[in-house]
Design a protein. Structure first.
Length: 552
């Protein structure tokens, strides 16, 4: 039986209220996520009980599901912070910055290389927040202000979510709905994602140095986007599973010839650099370098560039060593962990069936395990080579575990609240009301224009392109049928929006602020990423309408 959730204006506004309040607290009042997330969670629960006929038993069960789903995210955050702490205490970031600057003196080229190209490459092979947690501190090591570093990484990796991580979102979407024309759907999705990719490069350049930086970086951006978007589009027609991974790898390899081009081999001309520590016209209120950081920059590195990059090379080797060997992936992926939950229902007929293993995940092929293994290998290698001792002689850094705990505990509180809020919105029917409300009061082409916005909202609340599509792709498919719209175009809009929404998902921002050392400044990060989404979403919407017009 289909649920009959209310779609009138009052219920629609009520369903939206927890999201609006959360954004207002994070961005408007600049609250820390540890304070804002619980408030959003409580509002979602109150609206569920008062207006969506949700029993307390359902609320409690939804809260338990959110708590369990937060474990998946936290198992990335804690290991990523541990990897960062191990590398930092050994002096790897200082050495990395010094080594990279010898490789190229063009800061803008390096920022795009890491924040966009390398982040996309990591999303192609591992995903699940790892690119954010790994790349943000690398940008900080290059001299990027932490808020900008996290924002750039969020923007740079988002486009690769749909077909990245060996196309996990695409596979999940095919599991929850029966796509009539997978080939056309994949191709149209890749076209819309190309838009988000191109604007990601442009936005990162603009954040770095405004229009002067965009003009300087434009040739590089066009070349990389042609590889990212064009290769992915061509390959989804052959094999969507490897399309993003191959596109990301080719773009990463293309950085070397680009770095030899005189335009990007040398220091760029004078320009504003608000994203950089000590940059001209840097924005007021942004964090600046500490005396310790300034002192560290004057020190000789205790290791070479290759050894400084060792933690990330180890992570890539460990990940590919498992995922690209089918027998190893099957053996390690056989052990899964899930939690049983009872059936829940609401007065409006929203039913969530009982499950013996809710959101199970394979522990040994989880990204957190890959990071832990890479961290252990890194610790042993750095220990044997004496890097911890050499860096500590003058730096006297705090202990590794203390550094992890100081950032991970606050992040854990916020992530858990975000996840509980998402499951309450879903289990009470509020997410369905938001989507159906748009479908009920908007004409067909208007709905096509807003299809990606529904995907953005889904990813914002769940911090996952996968969850957004699992929750909403079936609904989008149904509405497309009712309004006579091409299914492939609407699912493509949903999927592109789900990818785009990762750039503004608070839980994703926490992955970066944790390893960049600025937990609590998620609102400042979202103030940088929201303009990107608000500009790109209407363009993707227009692209969806065009696809509808061409394929109807």
């Amino acid at each position: 039986m289909e649920p009959h959730v209310p779609t009138n204006a009052g219920h629609w506004i009520a369903a939206l209220s927890s999201i609006v309040v959360l954004l207002f607290l994070l961005i408007g009042l600049r609250w820390k996520s540890t304070r804002a997330a619980p408030v959003g969670m409580l509002i979602a629960a109150l609206v569920a009980v008062v207006l969506f006929r949700t029993p307390l038993h359902t609320i409690a069960t939804a809260g338990g599901k959110g708590l369990w789903e937060s474990v998946f995210v936290l198992y990335v955050i804690w290991p990523a912070m541990l990897l960062y702490a191990v590398a930092d205490r050994a002096g790897a970031f200082h050495a990395l910055r010094a080594g990279i600057l010898r490789f190229s003196h063009n800061e803008l080229f390096l920022v795009l290389s890491f924040g966009w190209v390398f982040a996309s490459f990591l999303q192609g092979i591992i995903g699940f927040g790892v690119p954010i947690a790994v790349v943000a501190p690398l940008l900080v090591a290059l001299g990027v202000r932490p808020v900008y570093a996290v924002a750039m990484t969020l923007i740079g990796h988002a486009w690769a979510n749909m077909f990245g991580t060996i196309a996990v979102v695409w596979l999940a979407t095919n599991q929850v709905i029966d796509i009539a024309d997978p080939r056309a759907t994949a191709a149209q999705t890749a076209l819309l994602l190309w838009i988000t990719n191109l604007f990601a490069g442009l936005t990162i350049a603009w954040l770095y140095g405004r229009w002067s930086a965009v003009r300087h970086a434009l040739p590089m951006i066009l070349i990389v986007s042609l590889i990212h978007g064009g290769v992915q589009l061509g390959l989804v027609l052959w094999n969507p599973i490897v399309s993003n991974f191959i596109a990301g790898t080719i773009a990463l390899l293309a950085l070397y010839p680009l770095s030899r081009w005189s335009r990007y081999d040398n220091t760029h001309g004078e320009m504003q650099r608000p994203a950089m520590n000590g940059g001209k016209n840097s924005e007021r209120g942004q964090e600046s370098s500490t005396p310790r950081e300034e002192k560290a920059r004057d020190r000789e590195p205790v290791m070479g560039l290759t050894m400084a990059a060792f933690p990330y090379l180890a992570l890539i080797v460990v990940t590919l060593g498992v995922l690209l060997i089918p027998a190893a992936e099957r053996a390690l992926g056989a052990f899964t962990v899930g939690v049983p939950f009872p059936e829940t229902s609401t007065g409006y007929g929203v039913i969530r069936e009982a499950t013996d293993a809710h959101s199970p995940f394979a522990v040994f092929t989880h990204p957190g395990t890959f990071i832990l293994v890479a961290t252990g290998i890194t610790w042993v290698v750095y220990r044997l080579r004496g890097h911890f001792q050499s860096w500590a002689r003058t730096e006297k850094p705090e202990g590794i575990w203390k550094g992890v705990a100081d950032g991970a505990f606050p992040a854990s509180v916020a992530v858990t609240a975000f996840m509980v809020m998402a499951t309450v919105l879903d289990n009470s029917g509020q997410t369905r009301t938001l989507a159906l409300g748009i479908a009920t009061f908007v004409p067909p082409l208007g709905y096509a224009f807003l299809a990606n916005v529904i995907g953005v909202v889904g990813a914002f609340t769940t911090s996952s392109n996968t969850a957004s599509n699992v929750l909403l792709a079936g609904l989008q498919q149904d509405v497309a049928g009712l309004q006579g719209l091409p299914e492939a175009s609407i699912i493509a809009g949903q999927s592109a929006g789900g990818a785009l929404g990762n750039a503004i998902a608070p839980a994703n921002a926490l992955l970066g602020t944790g390893t960049a050392g600025i937990v609590g400044r998620e609102g400042a990060v979202l103030r940088k990423t929201f303009p990107y989404v608000t500009v790109v979403a209407p363009i993707v919407g227009a692209g969806t309408v065009l696809l509808v017009s061409l394929t109807a």
